[in-house]
Design a protein around this ligand. Structure first.
Ligand SMILES: Cc1cc2nc3c(=O)[nH]c(=O)nc-3n(C[C@H](O)[C@H](O)[C@H](O)COP(=O)(O)OP(=O)(O)OC[C@H]3O[C@@H](n4cnc5c(N)ncnc54)[C@H](O)[C@@H]3O)c2cc1C
Length: 479
């Protein structure tokens, strides 16, 4: 590995891969860093369990595209890849502090190390995390996010349970249900918080996105074929069990998001998976000093970029979910765009004819990128839970799991005037525990919005400092 690169890409999801593949072949030294042990981010996890049917059929075109990108990158000798490596911080002149696990030093395996590497250009493609709507019992073993259930199956080869209950607002619910069925698991029911009428009102937003509509139709038909009950307008209000999850109480909700008393029903299952959309992973851009902006239709706080996707920090670009939640296609387009901005800046497109082709391609990508904002709007409207749902969380419900802070404590502190993310954090320590607000951060933001009715942009975003990820002190001592 070198100590300096023309381009460093943080994140090997679709955005990072598409940037790297576009930069390949131009004589640039490129480094991809990812904290996970595989290439491809959240989308490209190779399943370990054997699918029981349609083994060769891939309904998601972006996945096939993604695997093509991985092959391109693997063939390029100018691209170095560093996996199981976390970027802990970004400092002046794009110097990155990196923590690497499982390296071999002095013949000893499993040691870890921290080192610095510098980028002439930096692309941040750090993706997104899932959002939650807490309820009584959401901390029980066996209650997990949709993405966690996917990781269990794909990375570890285990089903969440023999029979699983799926709930929330996220389109990922259908993807997960389909994956569980494909791996010989059973889905007890799919309970969607959105009513059919609400979903139909969002449909015009994706009238130009036929592939997404077809994908939705494909998953729905799979649910029908497998006789999975699909209930609309239901919310999980309680999960219970002795040592782990055993059953959930679900209730019908009004279009305004209030639970309708008397509609409660109990569902028994081995696991409960829930998902309420996504929020961008902003620790690194925030720590690096990139400006953010609040964009409700794009999933909340996002990195502010110009048309070349450069952030407010010079030569630091952002691509994919961190500039707005819109799914894999936008990540793919933006990865390519950031790479093209860098190629242009570095004067790598010189012959007259190539310049024209390059310019046309940039225009085409910019127009595709704009189209994706319609899909972003659809996706984020679909996943958004009415604010009243956050205001109605019972006082005894745990919100910050790491610091054990309940809704009651949060409510009391908001009433006392601690009504921004940073003041509430200082007053209660919420978001200061081991996960550093990765789980409760977006929830706390929604609770403050719901209880104060303030403009969400004035509530602020969680600040972060290096190291942005947990790291053993041993790693510093080894370095
Ligand atoms: C849990 C989860 C599951 C999902 N499953 C699906 C699915 O099945 N189908 C679907 O269409 N969409 C899914 N999505 C949505 C998906 O994120 C987007 O569709 C798209 O793939 C995002 O691509 P990206 O490159 O922007 O980000 P990602 O694919 O999220 O890639 C970001 C990468 O950055 C790395 N990273 C982050 N911070 C650091 C750091 N400090 N140091 C080093 N590396 C870092 C991460 O390890 C990750 O590999 C899922 C999202 C989540 C959060």
């Amino acid at each position: 590995m070198k100590t300096q690169y023309h381009v460093i890409i943080v994140g090997s999801g679709i955005a990072g891969l598409s940037a790297a593949a576009t930069l390949a072949g131009h004589g640039l030294d490129i480094l991809i860093i990812d904290e996970s042990g595989h290439t491809g981010g959240q989308l490209l996890r190779k399943t370990r369990l054997k699918p029981s049917y349609f083994p060769k059929f891939e309904s998601d075109l972006m996945k096939s595209k993604g695997f093509d990108l991985v092959r391109t990158i693997n063939k390029d000798p100018d691209i170095d890849c560093l996996f199981n490596a976390q970027v802990l911080g970004i400092f002046k002149e794009r110097r990155l502090l990196v923590h690497i696990e499982n390296i071999k030093t002095h013949g000893k395996q499993n040691s870890e190390k921290i080192f610095e590497v510098q980028a002439e250009n930096l692309i941040l493609a750090t993706g997104a995390r899932e959002k939650y709507l807490p309820f009584k019992g959401w901390t029980l073993p066996g209650v997990m996010s949709l993405g966690s259930a996917q990781i269990l199956m794909k990375s570890y080869g285990v089903l969440p349970a023999h029979n699983t209950l799926i709930a929330g607002t996220s389109p990922l619910m259908m993807v997960l249900a389909s994956e569980i069925l494909g791996n010989r698991g059973k889905v007890i029911a799919l309970l969607d918080e959105n009513s059919m009428i609400k979903k139909l009102t969002f449909l015009p937003l994706i009238k130009n996105h036929w592939s997404k509509l077809l994908e939705g139709a494909f998953y729905t038909s799979r649910m029908f074929l497998n006789r999975v009950p699909m209930l609309q307008g239901y919310r999980v209000i309680q999960a219970s069990g002795n040592k782990g999850f055993e059953s959930a109480i679900m209730a019908k909700t009004t279009p305004q998001g209030d639970v309708i008393p008397g509609t409660e029903a109990r569902f028994f299952a081995g696991a409960l998976t829930v998902g309420y959309g996504f929020a961008p992973n902003l620790e690194l851009p925030v720590q690096a000093g990139c400006n953010l902006e609040y964009q409700k239709n794009n999933g909340g706080w996002v990195v502010k970029v110009d048309e070349t996707l450069e952030s407010s920090c010079r030569s630091v670009y952002a691509a994919g979910e961190i500039t707005g939640i819109a799914g894999a296609k936008k990540s793919f387009i933006q990865g390519k765009l950031t790479a093209m901005s860098i190629l242009k800046k570095m004067d790598k497109i010189n012959a007259g004819n190539r310049k024209k082709i390059f310019k046309d391609e940039v225009q085409r990508l910019l127009s595709l990128n704009r189209q994706q904002t319609e899909y972003a709007s659809f996706l984020n409207h679909l996943c958004q839970v009415p604010t009243s749902a956050y205001a109605a969380i019972p006082d005894e419900t745990m919100i910050c799991r790491c610091e054990e802070i309940t809704m009651g404590t949060i409510k009391k502190n908001i009433q006392q005037g601690f009504d921004t993310i940073s003041s509430l954090k200082k007053a209660t320590r919420c978001g200061m525990g081991r996960c550093q607000g990765r789980i409760c951060g977006p929830v706390i933001f929604d609770i403050i919005t719901a209880l104060t009715q303030k403009n969400p942009g004035s509530i602020g975003c969680s600040l972060s400092r290096a190291p942005v990820k947990n790291v053993n002190i041993k790693a510093f001592l080894n370095s």
